[in-house]
Ligand binder design. Sequence first.
Ligand code: HEM
Length: 113
Amino acid sequence: MPIYISLYGLGVDSRFWDEPEIYNPDRFTESNNIPDAYIPFGIGPRMCVGMKVGQLHAKIVLALLLRDYEIWQTKDNESVLDPRSTFTAAGNGIYLHFKEIKKIIQEEWRDGL
Ligand code: HEM
């Protein structure tokens, strides 16, 4: 029998997280981690076998983007959840601003390493 668990529901449940509506990356440090409430890759014997590859891929893409761009979202175009989606998905798209970090700054940074 398929079982669907709302990861969004778990993520905003105040029984597990302080201030669940606030974005706080420290929530995901290992010392704060509540394994049964943070399960983006599933749990148990059938959990995702590609977790480390997926995490590494995400880190590489983020590092490459953040190396070259400042990225931000403004209050007037914040994403809202699609209430009809089975998965956690933006209902109105995801609008981000990108500003290229000047090449010269990158060169100075590389030379300094
Ligand atoms: C950010 C990326 C990824 C996310 C969020 C993700 C998430 C998940 C989730 C939630 C499951 C179901 C676990 C369960 O039933 O309890 C799963 C299963 C699985 N994932 Fe991923 N996954 C990701 C990337 C990958 C990658 C890169 C691979 C392969 C290289 C992969 C291969 C698999 C496989 C083979 C299963 C089935 C495992 C089984 O049923 O025994 N996943 N994944």
